[in-house]
Design a protein around this ligand. Structure first.
Ligand code: FES
Ligand SMILES: [Fe+2]
Length: 379
């Protein structure tokens, strides 16, 4: 019997051949508009940031949290502390002291801590989050220590990434079948390479709009990657709020047989995890990118390459550096466009942005986002 991954590959192969033969990308039955107010309203950003807290967000690549290690990082302004036990179990907490709310640990990473002592009055917590001790505890008669451990967060280690929900009311992280698929591709064991973060002067959704179509490659990326891809051929599959876009490479032709077709050889796959995490799977590695909305016109962008093993030679390091450099040069072309678009949003030229019938992944994303903002899932 065919494996799930092989079945997906066979389906993609046949769809790609149909698109190449007909010369028409897969399409929805109509166009779609997204009002520009969604990209510029101050009030919306607060609602969007609250929404982010309910969904899986990236804390760090899994390899950056080794056994017996910890990682403290703010996600969307929420201080998070994660620990991994010597046996490998990952836990996450709000990085907030239960006494009077001091931040427990400064942002950073480390190994070998047995406990975390608050810098204010020295309440101390184990790596399992339990309240271990407090000076002069006779001053807190009736304090239930078991109810005053660090507030736990839902956490998952999937596809080489530590994911957390920063809303402590979220009980479970649903990453769905796309995370399983990434694990079959081997990402659970990958390591991080050349991480960076920076602020982009554009709304976070502009970046996703650009990630959901290859229509712009021929123009915007004519000097970088356009020649590597078939023009405007993206095969899109939705899994709940998440989706995979398979961007067909120009090395796939009518002469390529199904037996010759290889998922990572004949295309790049963009895995989108709602709301704003993208894993771009390439031939021999991936690029993980995630976004944090700061204001209508500002976004913090994080990206890191996930590679199969730490480079063991200058030659290997050079290979990965060249790959990351091409990725960043390509993305810089997108970022320049997004920053210029952000300035046009309030010009009055457009009341709404128009998405073509083959740009339907963006349309679906906006529809889902509107729905989640209006009808938040019960928690
Ligand atoms: S606020 Fe942490 S010990 Fe007082
Ligand atoms: Fe692009």
């Amino acid at each position: 019997m065919m494996s799930a991954a092989a079945a997906i590959g066979a389906g993609l192969y046949r769809r790609a051949q149909t698109v190449l033969r007909t010369g028409r990308p897969e399409m929805a039955d109509r166009t779609f508009v997204s009002p520009v107010c969604r990209y510029v309203d101050d009030g919306r950003v607060a609602a969007e940031r609250a929404l982010f807290r309910r969904f899986p967000q990236v804390l760090c690549p899994a390899a950056d949290l080794p056994a017996d290690g910890w990682c403290a990082r703010d996600i969307g302004g929420v201080p998070v502390l994660a620990t991994r036990s010597a046996a490998g179990e990952v836990r996450a907490f709000l990085n907030v002291c239960r006494h009077r709310g001091a931040r427990l640990v400064a942002e950073g990473t480390g190994c070998g801590r047995r406990a975390f002592a608050c810098p204010y009055h020295a309440w101390s917590y184990g790596t399992d989050g339990a309240l271990r001790g407090l000076p002069q505890d006779w001053g807190f008669p009736g304090l239930d220590r078991t109810a005053n451990g660090l507030r736990p967060l839902a956490v998952a280690e999937r596809a080489g990434v530590i994911w957390v929900a920063t809303d402590p009311h979220v009980a479970d992280l649903a990453l769905g079948p796309l995370a399983d698929e990434l694990e079959t591709l081997g990402f659970a064991d990958h390591v991080s390479f050349m991480p960076r973060s920076f602020e982009l002067a554009a709304n976070w959704k502009l970046m996703l709009d650009a990630s959901f179509e290859g229509y712009h490659f021929k123009t915007a990326h004519r000097d970088t990657i356009a020649a590597m891809f078939a023009d405007n051929v993206q095969l899109i599959d939705e899994y709940g709020l998440n989706r995979r876009l398979y961007l067909v490479r120009s090395n796939l032709s009518a002469a390529t047989t199904e037996a010759e077709f290889a998922f990572r050889e004949h295309g790049n796959a963009i895995y989108h995890f709602f709301p704003a995490t993208i894993l771009l799977v390439q031939r021999d590695h991936a690029q993980l990118t995630w976004l944090e909305p700061l204001s209508p016109g500002r976004t913090r962008v994080f990206d890191v390459a996930l590679i199969p093993a730490p480079p063991d030679s200058e030659k290997a390091a050079g290979h990965w550096r060249r790959n990351v450099a091409l990725y960043r040069r390509t993305l810089a072309e997108d970022y320049a466009l997004m920053e210029s678009m952000q300035c046009t949003m309030t010009s009055g030229a457009n009341e709404a942005l128009t998405f073509g019938a083959f740009e339907f992944a963006a349309a679906r994303f906006h529809t889902q986002l509107e729905s989640e903002l209006k009808h938040p899932a019960k928690s």
